[in-house]
Design a protein around this ligand. Structure first.
Ligand SMILES: Cc1ncc(COP(=O)(O)O)c(C=O)c1O
Length: 404
C-alpha cells in the first residue's frame, strides 16, 4: 500500500510548470531552449515597489501579520476595487493570500461538500480542475469553441447547471486563450445564474490590466450587482505589477465566505510574507503608469506573434484580446511524421517535438483541457520571440505526411 491518498492520486501536477521545468533540465544539460511556456511577465518588478520592500525590512516589518493581511494593504485593496471596478467592500470583506492561487484554493476548501460540482469553461487554467479535486468537489468542464472566441454562452451554461452546481469559475482575460468577456457577455450569464440561486460565482480577474486595443475589462460583481452577494472577486499583483515571486493575491466577497477562507488560511499558511504585503501596498497605491508601458509592449508583441504564427503552415490562431498568450490550433499537424520517423499523434507529441527539434518550450492544449492546441506565451523578449517563432517554423516545415 502506497503513502498517497486516493484524493491525491487523482490530481495531476501542473503541465505549465512541468514544461518549464523540463526546459530548465534540458538547458542544464547544455541544450539551448527558449521558454515560451511561462505564465509570468518578463519585466522586473518596478524599482519603487522593491524599495518599499527594503524599507519594510529596515523598519522591522518582519513578524507575523494578521491572517487576512495588514490593514494598509486591505485599505489599498478596498480603494483599488472602488477606483478600478466600481465595487464597494468593507475592509473585513477583503482577504490577502499567497497569490490568487491560494485564495481560489481557500474559497473552494471553505465551501465544497461531497457531491458539489464546480463548473468552468474550457480551455481553462491548468489548476482549476485539480484544485477542485483536491478540495473535494467534482470538476465540470463546459467546452467552448474557437468559433465563438472561446466565450461561454448562456445556453451552454444553462445546460451544464443542476442542483449539485456550487460554483461557476470565470477567468477573463483567460489563461490560456486570452479571451475577454465583455459586460454584455457577463450580463447574459448573469441572467441564467439568477435562476440558480445556489450557485456562486468565482471571478478570477488576475489578468485584468492586460487587455488590448479598445477592449474593456468587466467583472461579474460590477456588471450584475444583485449577484455580488454570491460572487468572490479574486485578483492579485502577480501579472499587472510583475510580482509573481512575491506571492500576493487578494479577494473581495461576502463576509461569511471571507471569514471561512481566513480560517482555512489561518490553519495552513497563516498569511503571505509580511515584506511582500508592504510592497503590494506601494504597488496598489503608487504610480500606475508603468502598467500602460507593460501593456503597450505586450500589445506590440501580440500583434507580431499572431502574424508570425499564422504564417506557419498548419498552425493558426485568432488575435486574443487579453493576457499574454496565443492559443494556436495545431490539429492540422497531428498525424504528420517527424524527420526521425515518429508520428505526432497528440498536442503533447507536438510540444515535445518543438522542445527537442526547435528548442522552444510551449504548453500542450491538453493541459488546459483543450486537445489539439498549444499555448505560446509572449511574455518574453522580442528577440527571443523572433528566434523562437523562426525555429518553430523551421521545425514544422520538416514534418511530412505519415505513411501508414
Ligand atoms: C488564470 C490564473 N489564475 C490565477 C493565477 C495565480 O496567480 P498568482 O497565484 O501568482 O496570484 C494564475 C497564474 O498563472 C492564472 O493564470
Amino acid at each position: 500500500m502506497g503513502i498517497l491518498s486516493d484524493k491525491l492520486s487523482a490530481v495531476k501536477p501542473s503541465q505549465t510548470k512541468a514544461m518549464t521545468e523540463l526546459a530548465e533540465t534540458m538547458r542544464a544539460a547544455g541544450k539551448s531552449i527558449i521558454t515560451l511556456s511561462q505564465g509570468e511577465p518578463d519585466f522586473d518588478t518596478p524599482q519603487h515597489i522593491c524599495q518599499a520592500a527594503i524599507a519594510a525590512i529596515q523598519a522591522g516589518h518582519t513578524r507575523y501579520t494578521s491572517v487576512a493581511g495588514i490593514t494598509p494593504l486591505r485599505e489599498a485593496i478596498v480603494e483599488k476595487f472602488r477606483r478600478e471596478n466600481n465595487l464597494t467592500y468593507t475592509i473585513d470583506q477583503i482577504t490577502v493570500g499567497c497569490g490568487a492561487k491560494q485564495l481560489l484554493f481557500s474559497a473552494l476548501m471553505a465551501s465544497l461538500d461531497e457531491g458539489d460540482e464546480v463548473l468552468f469553461p474550457t480551455p481553462c487554467w491548468v489548476s482549476y480542475p485539480e484544485m477542485v479535486k483536491l478540495t473535494g468537489g467534482i470538476p465540470v468542464a463546459i467546452p467552448t469553441s474557437v468559433d465563438n472566441g472561446f466565450i461561454l454562452g448562456p445556453d451552454e451554461l444553462r445546460a451544464a447547471l443542476n442542483e449539485n452546481s456550487k460554483w461557476l469559475m470565470l477567468n477573463s482575460p483567460s489563461n490560456p486563450t486570452g479571451a475577454v468577456y465583455t459586460a454584455s457577455d457577463l450580463q447574459a450569464l448573469a441572467e441564467v445564474l439568477r435562476d440558480f440561486p445556489r450557485v456562486w460565482i468565482l471571478s478570477d480577474d488576475i489578468y485584468e490590466h492586460l487587455v488590448y486595443g479598445d477592449v474593456e475589462f468587466a467583472t461579474m460583481a460590477a456588471v450584475a450587482p444583485d449577484l455580488a452577494e454570491r460572487t468572490l472577486t479574486v485578483n492579485g499583483v502577480s501579472k499587472a505589477y510583475a510580482m509573481t515571486g512575491w506571492r500576493v493575491g487578494y479577494a473581495g466577497g461576502p463576509l461569511e465566505l471571507i471569514k471561512a477562507m481566513n480560517t482555512v488560511q489561518g490553519q495552513s499558511t497563516s498569511h503571505t510574507c509580511s515584506v511582500s504585503q508592504y510592497a503590494a501596498v506601494t504597488a496598489l497605491n503608487g504610480d500606475q503608469s508603468f502598467i500602460d508601458e507593460f501593456r503597450a509592449a505586450f500589445s506590440t508583441r501580440r500583434d507580431a506573434m499572431v502574424k508570425q504564427v499564422n504564417a506557419i503552415p498548419g498552425l493558426s490562431c485568432d488575435t486574443p484580446d487579453g493576457a499574454f498568450y496565443v492559443f494556436a490550433d495545431c490539429r492540422e499537424l497531428l498525424g504528420k511524421a517527424t524527420p526521425g520517423g515518429s508520428v505526432l499523434s497528440t498536442d503533447m507529441d507536438f510540444a515535445m517535438y518543438l522542445m527537442e527539434s526547435a528548442g522552444v518550450a510551449v504548453v500542450p492544449g491538453s493541459g488546459f483541457l483543450a486537445d489539439g492546441f498549444i499555448r505560446i506565451s509572449y511574455a518574453a523578449s522580442e528577440d527571443d520571440l523572433t528566434r523562437a517563432i523562426a525555429a518553430i517554423h523551421a521545425a514544422v516545415v520538416q514534418l511530412t505526411e505519415a505513411t501508414s
